[in-house]
Design a protein around this ligand. Sequence first.
Ligand code: B12
Length: 214
Amino acid sequence: MEKSLLEQIRQTVIESEADRTVEFTRKALDAGFEPLEIINKGLVSGMQVVGEKYESGEYFLPHLIIAADGMKKAMSVLEPELKARGQQAEKLGTVVIGTVQGDIHEIGKTLVGTMLSANGFEVYDLGVDVKIEDFINKAREIRANAIGMSALLTTTMTVQRDVIKELNNSGLRSSIKVIVGGAPVTKEWAERIGADGYADDAVSAVTLMKKLLM
Ligand code: B12
């Protein structure tokens, strides 16, 4: 019975039933599932199928929008739980995070931000469609130790490279670590654009950030 709750969450995402995604997420939390397990085995796993169905032409944009809405709402139920579990007094570093200009995919970026802050980093989330200069200005203003950039489109991942170029031009690059991520982003891309690291999920993003800043 308990195992099928995660499967039910996965199915509601696949079937774009946003309200039920939230309902089952609450149930799973009450049943004692760990938030990360709910995210990975339920929400993310379902969203992967939605992406595949969209790619193959079986689903259209409204499916994506409704499924993402359900996932976003479910994430807002889980975020306080994630943070509560990661409470620690020590501050490990300050990170500016955002989805690059031209790109409005926010779920993965927000999850990475939540996990970083749950693990002791101070996170400034600039949101989505973030202009190059906004990354730079915010990082300068708060003397950030790192910038994390998300890009979900092949057409916007190049903006990650542009931000790094601008960091070089502004003389800030040597004092700020840069990590990149998002579905089309790879380790090779990260190396090519001169980022300090790449991670393909929120848990490895935390490990990477710790490795870079500690
Ligand atoms: C939901 C979704 C949407 C939603 C987003 C809603 C929202 N509020 O975020 C909506 C409906 C708005 C949308 C719109 C579009 N989308 Co869309 N979308 C998706 C979908 C199905 C899921 C993305 C998601 O949230 N995944 C769940 C999260 C948890 O995973 P994630 O984002 O990958 O993040 C994880 C990792 O990548 C990593 N990570 C992410 N960011 C970062 C940052 C750092 C620093 C690090 C270290 C790690 C990291 O950690 C995260 C947590 O594990 C993907 C399919 C896919 N396979 O990704 C398509 C997808 C990304 N979309 C796609 C497209 C084409 C579009 C549109 C152009 C469609 C259109 N015709 O309008 C628009 C573009 C809008 C824009 N300008 O940005 C394509 C992109 C193709 C390409 N290669 O460029 C995809 C791949 C679908 C497909 N298979 O065709 N989309």
